[in-house]
Design a protein around this ligand. Sequence first.
Ligand code: FE2
Length: 241
Amino acid sequence: MRYGLISDVHGNREALQAVLKALVKDSVDQILCAGDIVGYGANPEECLALIRQQAIPCVAGNHDWGVCGLLDLDRFNPWARTAILWTQRHLARADFDFLRALPLTFQDDILAMTHGTFNAPSGFQYLLGSFQAGEAFPYLQRKIGIVGHTHIPGFFVRKGGDVHAGVGPFLQGEEGCEIIINVGSVGQPRDGDPRAAYGIYDSDKNYFEIQREPYDVKSAQQHMRECGLPVFLSERLPRGI
Ligand SMILES: [Fe+2]
């Protein structure tokens, strides 16, 4: 099975369209989304429609929950809160129903997925380093875990009780290893690379890749400006922060 792994689309239609096109070229069998379809970007409704049209299994992110009223907006910074309130005014009832119905976790025979960490899916904590990964691994019910939330792609590997972070955009899984992959963000990368990030996992080869795809950042920024979304949110896109 060849998985295409996306996360943190955040209403960025241009970035999502570019990644979905790339995933066709990548010949994936199954696309999964690790949450935060909405929030920040100017086209949440279109992004939800694309995810639903393709019947992409998705877990709930904190912004998805914020928008549909399941998470207190005090949990968000002022820019995020402003964008969530804007998003709430631009979705249809069916979109809210869809967001409310998103599960916190997903698993199939091969992998498990959540937005933040496996030890506390509804807490939306950030899995930023080996320490947090070490706390999450005991709760991972498969050998492979998929997360997003930090907008920073990377890998964490547990073997023989030791947890370490992977280096670089590729990882070959080994016998006896458990692996958590953070697939980064499609719509608002924060690792200094403005290109959309996504992951590929080939379960036959037990091989992971983080891929980057350029998209029309200027167009995404223009839509955000036209919508009156906070200037900081559009200005961060070309800087990848
Ligand atoms: Fe996010």
